[in-house]
Write a protein that binds this ligand. Structure first.
Ligand code: ADP
Ligand code: MG
Length: 919
């Protein structure tokens, strides 16, 4: 017991330092929205500066520490000014990847300067032991660290609670929109916070270096527990962050002392971080969530001509020229490229940042060696088994993704890779693996390097085709829909969690194939290369190459150490070239700042441009389709297909049910958004819902579609009670809705936005989609919507190329295309011109009259509602104030009063009409 206490007290000091590190993360995140993955590297930088000044230059310890802290602060400012400021307003994913660029640059900078041998630094704190009770003692320095941690945390708390700087930071943190409008002021706030964040990292690094030893792996490893602590505080709260850090450190110390299991410290950190995140996570972002732009995706249309061309070129190089050094370099690069294909699926298509892909590849390698060491399993079967066995591991990761997104997910996956590294891969022994043979032919790369390389290239091509197929398939559309807008995806019936699990599963299998091929490359296998830093690097290179393109990995693979880039540098330099990782990091930063879509997209654009120029001079080029990036996924727009042709069959149609709300109440804190509302929408009718702003109309839609739970009452669809079902289930039951804020899928074309809505109710078959993606046409409901809303000409345009008004139309069409029994439209007419309003009215009427659906129409335009609806309900302050025939509601005194305050009825009606015309 006393021993236990001693361990606990011993852990408090380092825990406090971890807390400081975490506070730096929180400061930066609060003020700029950047989850700074480079923070651990910044701490390492502080540690090295301190060591260099105190141990090498002989400066007094305290002075060295002070300089290290200030220098780290300045580096923080540089990061803000050079990298983060140009990225202001970008998607969280983009900012996170920007910080990865910084991480790589600092990391390789330190490696180039100080090498990888661990250093030991002298502590500025006095050493010696203090007895605390019955012969148990702790180091004085540990207690002092705790004191320092508490003092600094208290100082920060005071700074942020009482100073103008602190209150402005809070304002910026709580209202990102205000931050955007503040402009320069928010820049200064960001600079201040980045300085403080950097200084905290430097302080923690300088103080921890003597305790934990100074080496890059250890220091960088601190980022995971520090991120865990920061997330425990919700990236907002200072005290909770410190508490989280202490808990993590204590758990780590206790588990390593009591459990004899390799990597148990990392594992316990992981478990605690996951537990904290799961307690905090939200499964669907709430209404305030604004999706930001993400890297462009290729179309997934394969160019067989280009593929054949490159395959022939590659074959000629390998088999005719037989350059030994190049064969080896290309092999290294191609193996990494296969793992990067998995990043295209998970991060490019599905938008989930995974920093564990190389770890998953490592799992594949482990399965391969374990299998072959136990039984004589043929190579191809090993490949298959390893891929299949890695899928569940990826799916477990996806379970995390279901409750969290973006930054938290990146942390979880990173932590997962760290755990794998500390446990399954930590065994430094060399394992042996037999030579790969296929149908008796030996592909062993020692004897037949050309054969093995050709095999790897063929595997890459096959997987590349599968990944491109996925992009064009219904599963792929779902992935892209989830990436673009989880709320809207759920509302049309996509099971968001399952979709993410599918993406993780496919990506894991691809990564595992890469890992198996890594393992078979040489008869002697070690697992230690499958570290988390490699996973981070590979994400970086994929982004540089183009996250959304199958060609992305082919470009990104150049940066792999020992690969094509290294070989190229060797040819040019003749000397060992160690700067390649640095170039990779800088390339990532430049990519993020200049063109986030990556080089594939740039090349595609350039090739199209050159071709357009040439075709003016050379007429024979004119008729052929515009060529784009080399490789499998060049960008080509498919010729617009007409909307005629055999439509896909409609889903259920007979027996449309009516929607019934009974006694539904909702409150948000003190706001009573809905009070005892009852309402019925019957098939074949349009039910108008009017009321002033804040009356609770959108809340009613949220209750019916499942985004907001009701406190009392029931919601029925026909005789089925739906108010306890998840969002997607209600969509399958037949509830369709539009959103006031549109919530389209920005990366999909209009056609695909409609298609994804029409397909959402069908079961998915991923394997078929990887091999043979089926073309589905628009269903009857979608075709009708397209016809009524005159969308024929825009079907093949991407959403972000449309005007706001047209996007509104698409949002309506998507709701109609979902083929739901009940269609709920939230202020569809706002922002539409008169002609479009007429079209809208006709389309809505047709939904009820021709298709017999139940339509609930929320609208501010009273004329439109009255002209279109069969029944109108008026809400005010969450209560139904009138319901009945349009004419009845229009002349109802309370309705008039709620729109205008008490005036004479006639004036009110006139005013209502005028008011709505202004909107
Ligand atoms: P309407 O669509 O009729 O304009 P809403 O349904 O959007 O009105 O809002 C009704 C009331 O509920 C408003 O007072 C609004 O501020 C409040 N409200 C809506 N959503 C939330 C939420 N997520 N959290 C807190 N209050 C909310
Ligand atoms: Mg509303």
């Amino acid at each position: 017991m006393t021993n236990f206490l001693a361990i606990l007290i011993q852990a408090l000091g380092p825990g406090a330092m971890l807390g400081l590190l975490a506070l730096g993360l929180v400061l930066v995140y609060r003020s700029t929205g950047v989850l700074n993955l480079a923070h651990g590297a910044q701490a390492a930088l502080g540690g090295y500066i301190y060591w260099d000044l105190s141990s090498n230059a002989g400066l007094p310890g305290l002075l060295a520490l002070l300089i290290a802290v200030l220098a780290s602060g300045v580096v923080g400012v540089l990061i803000q000014v050079l990298v983060m400021r140009p990225l202001r307003g970008a998607a969280p994913l983009t900012l996170l990847i920007g910080s990865i660029g910084v991480l790589i640059v600092i990391q390789t900078g330190l490696l180039l300067r100080y090498g990888s041998t661990p250093r030991s630094a002298q502590s500025v704190l006095p050493n010696g032991l203090i007895e605390i009770f019955d012969g148990q003692s702790v180091g004085i320095d540990r207690l002092l660290l705790l004191v320092i941690g508490i003092v600094v945390a208290a100082g920060l708390w005071a700074l942020y609670s009482f100073s103008l700087f602190g209150s402005t930071t809070s304002a910026v943190a709580e209202n990102p929109v205000a931050a955007a409008t503040l402009g320069h002021a928010s820049d200064r706030i960001a600079v201040g916070n980045w300085f403080l964040g950097g200084a905290l990292a430097g302080l923690a690094g300088g103080l921890l270096a003597p305790i934990s030893g100074l080496d890059l792996v250890t220091m960088n490893g601190l980022i995971v527990p520090a991120l865990g602590a920061a997330l425990a505080g919700g990236l907002i709260s200072f005290p909770l962050t410190i508490v989280g850090a202490l808990i993590i450190q204590i758990a780590q110390s206790i588990s390593t002392s009591y459990i004899d299991f390799r990597g148990v410290g990392a594992a316990s950190t992981f478990v605690i971080v996951v537990a904290m995140l799961l307690l905090r996570g939200e499964s669907i972002p709430d209404r305030g969530y604004v999706g930001s732009r993400m890297p462009t995706l290729g179309t997934g249309v394969l160019s067989w001509r280009w593929m054949t061309f490159w395959a022939v070129v590659a074959g000629a190089i390998i088999w005719v020229l037989r350059p030994a050094a190049w064969t080896d370099a290309i092999l290294t690069s191609m193996l990494i490229a296969i793992v990067m294909l998995s990043i295209v699926v998970i991060t490019g298509y599905a938008g989930q940042v995974s920093l564990a892909q190389f770890g998953l590849a490592g799992c594949g390698a482990v399965f391969a060696t374990e299998l072959t060491s136990r039984a004589d399993v043929p190579f191809l079967l090993v490949l298959l088994i390893a891929a299949v066995c890695t899928v569940p591991i990826g799916v477990v990761l996806a379970l995390g993704a279901m409750r969290m997104r973006g930054a938290s997910l990146a942390v979880i996956t990173l932590a997962f890779n760290v755990v794998l590294f500390a446990t399954a891969f930590s065994d430094g022994d060399v394992k042996s693996i037999p030579s790969p043979t296929i149908f008796g032919v030996d592909f062993g790369s020692l004897v037949y390097p050309e054969r093995y390389l050709s095999l790897v290239i063929v595997v890459f091509i096959l997987l590349g085709i599968a990944v491109a197929n996925l992009r064009r398939s219904s599963t792929g559309r779902r992935l892209v829909a989830v990436r673009g807008n989880e709320r809207a995806a759920a509302a049309i019936g996509i099971r968001v969690g399952r979709t993410k699990a599918i993406a993780f599963g496919v990506a894991s299998a691809i990564a595992a194939v890469g890992g198996v091929l890594f393992a078979f490359r040489s008869p002697a296998v070690t697992y230690t290369s499958f570290g988390s830093l490699a996973s981070i690097d590979q994400l970086a290179w994929t982004v540089v190459g183009g996250l959304g393109y199958v060609a992305g990995p082919l470009i990104g693979m150049v940066f792999a150490t020992g690969g094509v880039g290294t070989q190229l540098a060797d040819v040019v330099y003749d000397d060992q070239f160690t700067w390649l990782p640095m170039i990779g990091g800088l390339a990532l930063i430049v990519t993020m700042v200049a063109n986030q879509d990556g080089l594939s997209s740039v090349i595609a654009g350039q090739v199209a441009h050159v071709r357009a120029l040439l075709s003016r001079v050379l007429p024979f080029l004119r008729e052929r389709p515009a060529a784009a990036a080399g490789g499998a996924a060049r960008v080509r727009r498919t010729a617009p297909t007409p909307v005629t042709g055999a439509p896909a069959p409609s889903r259920r149609r007979e027996g449309v049910s009516s929607l019934r709300l009974e006694d539904v109440s909702v409150s948000f804190g003190g706001v009573k958004a809905m009070q005892h509302v009852s309402l019925e929408v019957t098939p074949g009718t349009v039910h108008g819902l009017i009321g002033p702003n804040g009356a609770g109309k959108s809340t009613l839609l949220d209750v019916v579609s499942g985004f907001v739970p009701s406190h009392t009452g029931t919601v029925h669809l026909g005789d089925r009670r739906i108010d306890r079902m998840p969002v997607w289930k209600r969509a399958h039951e037949g509830i369709g809705r539009s959103f006031q804020s549109l919530e389209l899928f920005p990366d999909l074309t209009v056609r695909d936005n409609l298609r994804v809505a029409a397909e959402a109710g069908r079961s998915d078959n991923v394997l078929r989609d990887l091999v043979f993606p089926r073309r589905t046409e628009l269903n009857v409901a979608a075709l009708d919507a397209v016809r009524f809303l005159q969308l024929e000409d825009e079907l093949d345009q991407r959403i972000d190329s449309l005007s706001y008004g047209r996007r509104r139309i698409v949002a309506i069409a998507r709701t109609l295309a979902s083929d739901a029994d009940v269609i709920m439209l939230d202020e569809p007419a706002s922002g539409l011109d008169e002609v479009e309003r007429q079209e809208l009215s006709a389309a809505v009427r047709a939904m009820a009259d021709v298709h017999g659906r139940a339509v609930l129409l929320i609208e501010h335009d009273v004329d439109l509602v009255m002209a279109t609806s069969d029944v109108v309900t008026a809400l005010d302050f969450g209560t139904v104030i009138a319901s009945g025939a349009p004419a009845h509601v229009r002349s109802h005194p309370e309705v008039i009063a709620s729109y205008l305050g008490a005036v004479s009825d006639e004036e009110a009606v006139i005013a209502v009409t005028h008011k709505t015309q202004e909107v």
